[in-house]
Ligand binder design. Structure first.
Ligand code: NAD
Length: 427
């Protein structure tokens, strides 16, 4: 694997470039993040001590509009990770034709070790330090791993305090009462569901004949598991950071969700339970879940789950990447040789940023849409862009990942070239 995540992400760009005619200036621009900010956030802890946390915000490219991307709270957050996530956001927004560039943010910590008050002080402290780097017309954060509407609400409130005006459009994924959009919390999974429902009939697959394993049981994973379950798919395995459960007959996903939710204490920001507790099950590890003999595998946790170490052992026939970057570029090659169809993150999980865009539009117009309208527009977007990418994959006989990058690159290239290239300045 390349030395950095960003270098690995760039390999996808290089592969797609073989099929696209875009100016070398555009390629040069897209190889580097536009701006990266590192901050040290001092937080007064409940016991009176002071801790300093490292935070990042990266704006990768804004050729197509203000940058957009989530904020992650996780012990493994590094600048390299945030840069590659911002790279993916750039291509995701372009692939879906959303008028945003790509960004990402993160703080290195285990958020489950902080109290709610400490998390609030940390979230507000982060905004104090990045306030001049973000804004409704500059860069708009959103939730990602271990951040949620409550945290987005604190961040919007802090930004509004700094600017001395209520600024809902600075952050998306907010609580509904603070300007959030109906359907945002389920949007990532709902978007992935529309992609799966568009793709599976092309392979002659019906839900009732199709088994599914989902890795990760958070905002994205738990909701996609339930949507697939309700549509008649047999969801045989799910997992979270503490491990997984497996049942050949299929799991009762709504009950597992209820159980997990029930462990969210009034004072807690996160659920404390795991999918492994409270139900009769066969326990499996996350590594075992990935290698199950299922039709559809949905990685919905973190990046680098399928690498050249375990790609050979993967038995699923279709992989829908709900997580960002769960498959490395080296693993891609192995899966392709095994004829496993991979549907890429920049398409499959784009429902989140699509409804974030809808939220930003609603905030700026001050007029709010019904849930039906949000889901209708989301379905239209996900289905039409999936069909376009499918057509590109067939035109060039390439993978869906390369096709999604070709699709995005065409739009990015056009935007970058519109500002002028070296051809306009040299004779
Ligand atoms: P989340 O914090 O709600 O949930 C993360 C889940 O992953 C939890 O169930 C956690 O227990 C599990 N997990 C953590 N470490 C794990 C490990 N080592 N093995 C297995 N499971 C593990 O996060 P989320 O919002 O659901 O995000 C999940 C993925 O989806 C991330 O890659 C994120 O970037 C991507 N994504 C999320 C959104 C969104 O709108 N939330 C949008 C696009 C992409």
């Amino acid at each position: 694997m390349p030395a950095t995540l960003l270098a690995d992400a760039n390999q996808r760009l290089e592969k797609a470039l073989r099929y696209v005619t875009i100016h070398e200036d555009a390629v040069e621009r897209l190889t580097y993040p536009k701006a990266s900010l590192t901050v040290s956030i001092p937080v007064r802890m409940d016991n009176g001590s002071l801790r300093v946390f490292q935070g990042y915000r990266v704006r990768y490219d804004d050729s197509r509009g203000p940058t957009k991307g989530g904020i992650r709270f996780h012990p493994n957050v590094t600048l390299d990770e945030v840069q590659s996530l911002a790279f993916w956001m750039t291509f995701k927004c372009a692939a879906l034709n959303i008028p945003f560039g790509g960004a990402k943010g993160g703080i290195t910590l285990n958020p489950k070790e902080l109290s709610k008050f400490e998390l609030e002080r940390l979230s507000r402290g982060y905004i104090d330090l990045i306030a001049d780097f973000i804004g409704p017309d500059v860069d708009i954060p959103a939730p990602d791993v271990y951040t949620n509407p409550m945290i987005m609400g604190w961040m919007m409130d802090q930004y509004s305090t700094i600017r001395r005006q209520i600024t809902p459009a600075v952050v998306t994924g907010k609580p509904i009462t603070m300007g959030g959009s109906l359907g945002r919390e389920t949007a990532t999974a709902m978007g992935a569901f529309f992609v799966i429902q568009t793709i599976m009939p092309k392979f002659g697959r019906r839900p009732t004949d199709t088994t599914v394993a989902v890795q990760g049981f958070g905002n994205a994973g738990a909701v996609i598991a339930e949507l697939l379950y309700r549509a008649g798919y047999r969801v045989v395995a799910v997992s979270d950071s503490q491990g997984g459960v497996y049942s050949e007959q299929g799991l009762d996903i709504p009950s597992i969700r209820k159980l997990k939710e029930a462990t969210r204490g009034i004072k807690a920001v996160y659920c404390e339970g795991t999918v492994c507790s409270g139900i009769n099950h066969e326990a499996i590890s996350n590594a075992e879940l990935l290698e199950l003999d299922v039709d559809i595998l949905v990685p919905a946790a973190l990046e680098n789950q399928i690498t050249d170490d375990n790609a050979d052992a993967i038995k699923a026939r279709y992989i829908f990447e709900v997580a960002n970057g769960p498959i490395t570029s080296a693993a891609d090659v192995i899966l392709e040789a095994k004829n496993i169809q991979v549907f890429p993150d920049i398409l499959v999980n784009a429902g989140g940023v699509t409804v974030s865009y809808f939220e930003w539009v609603q905030n700026r117009s001050g007029y709010y849409w019904s849930l039906e309208e949000v889901n209708h527009r989301l379905k239209e977007k996900m289905t039409s862009e999936t069909e376009l990418i499918w057509a590109i994959a067939h035109e060039f006989s390439c993978s869906m990942r390369t096709a999604a990058y070709i699709h995005a690159l065409n739009r990015l290239g056009e935007a970058i070239e519109a500002k002028g290239t070296r051809d306009d300045y040299t004779s």
